[in-house]
Design a protein around this ligand. Sequence first.
Ligand code: PRP
Length: 223
Amino acid sequence: MKPDLVTLALSKGRIFEETLPLLKAAGIEVLEDPEKSRKLILPTNRPDVQVVLVRASDVPTYVQYGGADLGVCGKDTLIEHQAEWGGAGGGLYQPLDLHIARCRMSVAVRADFDYASAVRQGSRLTVATKYTAIAREFFSAKGVHVDLIKLYGSMELAPLTGLADAIVDLVSTGNTLKANHLVEVERIMDISSRLVVNQAALKLKRATIKPIIEAFATAAQPA
Ligand code: PRP
C-alpha cells in the first residue's frame, strides 16, 4: 500500500450515510455508491484518500492492525472490541465523538414479563445479546445475576422463543421492539459513532490525517 494513501474504514448503511456530510466538510467525496456497487474499496475525489467497506464490528480491527488508518464505528462496537483486547484498545486512538448514528443500548423484555419484580426478587436472568461486555458490566454493577447467551443478530426473537428472559440491544426508533411485542425496561447508555485512528498512521501520515480529523471535529455537532 502506498505510504501516502489514507484509508478510511466504514460500514455500509447508517454509518456510511451519516459520515458522508463529514467527509464533504473535509473536501472528500466518495465516487461510488456502496448500495449499487459490489466494490469493497471505493475511490474518492482525492487520490490520497480511499474508503474501504467492512462489517461494523471489524472496523476497530482494521484500524488497530493498520489495514485502515481511520475508521468510524459505534461506541458499542468499540467497547466490545476493547473488552476483547483487555481494555488496552489495541493501539487505537479514539479522538472524536461524531454525534452520528445515534441510538441507545437498552434492556428489553416481553411485554408480559415482569422485569422489575424479577430484579427485585434477585432472580437469575437469562439475557441474549451481541453485546456481552456491555451487558455483563451493566448487570454486574446492578448486582443482578445473569446467564448471557451470545447471539449475532435478530436478538428480538430470543424472548419470543423462550431462549432468554431479556435482550440487550440497540434501540433507535423503538419500532423493531414494538413490532415484536417487546418493551424497553432499562436504558444502559446512549450510543453514537466515533472516529478511531491508528496511532502509527497518525504519526506517519499526519499531514493528510490531521486536517481530516480537524474537519470532522468542526462539522460534527451534537444534535
Ligand atoms: C438494530 C438493532 C435493532 C434495530 C433497532 O439493528 O439491533 O434490531 O436496529 O432499530 P429501531 O429501534 O429503529 O427499530 P441494525 O439495523 O443496526 O442491524 P443489526 O441487526 O445487524 O445490528
